[in-house]
Design a protein around this ligand. Structure first.
Ligand code: TRP
Length: 330
């Protein structure tokens, strides 16, 4: 039986951190055996918001790919490629923009939220309004059956479905869906708390990066917020209100039950609990960091993976675009 195809992407806006591991990478790694996977560095999407300062883009792209490989994205199983190296993404982006109603984009909740929240960059541009249309092009170009994403991306997936249906309705032969309806494959643990209790994010500077030094990990974890109601060691803790405990749930589920008991029975204090967590996280990242060091010695290997990925992605992309052009009589 042929495997179903999935596609997902990440914007290369900085170093990857534990939030990416919990929210996306661990899921991608698991999906590699079950699906035909396309994993894409969404550099055009990054530029849509970072166009005023593109200096770090190239570095971030390679750095992210290194992290993907170090974590276990396997180039023998999955297609790993860079969006801007497959020009058909922009071609389909333009074609889909012809049929996308303006109101759908203006009402998109992620767009409204970003316009409201982001104050250090100008996002009221024509390009940024079209962000979800480019994402639809990414997905539809490969006729992906499903898209592994976190909950925050659901509005973009819904827009993709609406655009696909409209395209099919306008141009595809009767009763035949040219673009399939892509389903969301939701990540189980989509949100990891950051060091301050808010969502772990680069923009809040509350993250532990995948290449963080052990000493820095210890310090960062030691400064994490815990249960605010627990003041003395003898006060029983409330693990379900504690970010430190949530890390056990996400990364070390086998230790969850024991940790829960020790905390709520005051058998362990927050300082010791954080020391234990730091040691576990350092252990979790050690093999990833070791693999990264090995990969860094062989830049050509990374370039070869990316050229092979580009070739495989291009094969699918150019076929779809030529079919699309036929349907459009171009
Ligand atoms: N918008 C996605 C994010 O910020 C990244 C992305 C770009 C993506 N193209 C995609 C995700 C296609 C899934 C499918 O996380």
């Amino acid at each position: 039986m042929t495997k179903k195809r999935i596609l997902s992407g990440m914007r290369p806006t900085g170093k990857l951190h534990l939030g990416h591991l919990a929210g996306a990478l661990n899921n991608w790694i698991k999906l590699q055996d079950e699906y035909e996977c396309f994993f894409m560095v969404a550099d055009w999407h990054a530029l849509m918001s970072e166009y005023e300062n593109p200096e770090n883009l190239k570095n971030n792209i390679l750095d992210n790919v290194l992290d993907w490989l170090s974590c276990g994205i396997d180039p023998d199983k999955s297609v790993i490629f860079i969006q801007s190296q497959v020009p058909e993404h922009l071609e389909l982006f333009f074609i889909l923009s012809l049929i996308t109603p303006l109101g759908l984009l203006e009402r998109c909740p992620t767009y409204k939220e970003q316009l409201r929240e982001v104050t250090n960059r100008t996002l009221s541009t024509y390009g940024f309004l079209g962000y979800p249309v480019l994402q639809a092009a990414d997905i539809l170009l490969y006729k992906a059956a499903a898209v592994p994403v976190g909950e925050d991306q659901l509005p973009h997936l819904e827009l993709t479905r609406q655009i696909a249906r409209k395209f099919n309705h306008l141009y595809a032969a009767k009763n035949e869906d040219f673009f399939p309806d892509p389903k969301a494959l939701l990540t189980e643990s989509p949100r990891l708390a950051g060091l301050d209790g808010r969502k772990m994010s680069k923009s809040y500077n509350n993250f532990i990066s995948l290449s963080e030094e052990p000493e820095v990990i210890r310090k960062k974890i030691q400064n994490m917020f815990t249960d605010p109601l627990r003041i003395r060691l003898s006060d029983p803790g409330h693990p379900h209100k504690c970010s430190v405990f949530s890390y056990y749930s996400v990364f070390f589920p086998e230790l969850k039950e024991g940790g829960e008991k020790r905390c709520s029975r005051s058998e362990i204090g927050c300082t010791d609990c954080k020391k234990e967590l730091a040691a576990k996280i350092i252990g979790l990242l050690a093999p990833i960091q070791e693999k990264r060091r090995q990969l860094l010695k062989d830049k050509k290997y990374i370039q070869d993976i990316l050229s092979a990925g580009k070739a495989k992605a291009s094969r699918v992309a150019s076929k779809t675009i030529s079919e699309v052009k036929d349907l459009l009589k171009i």
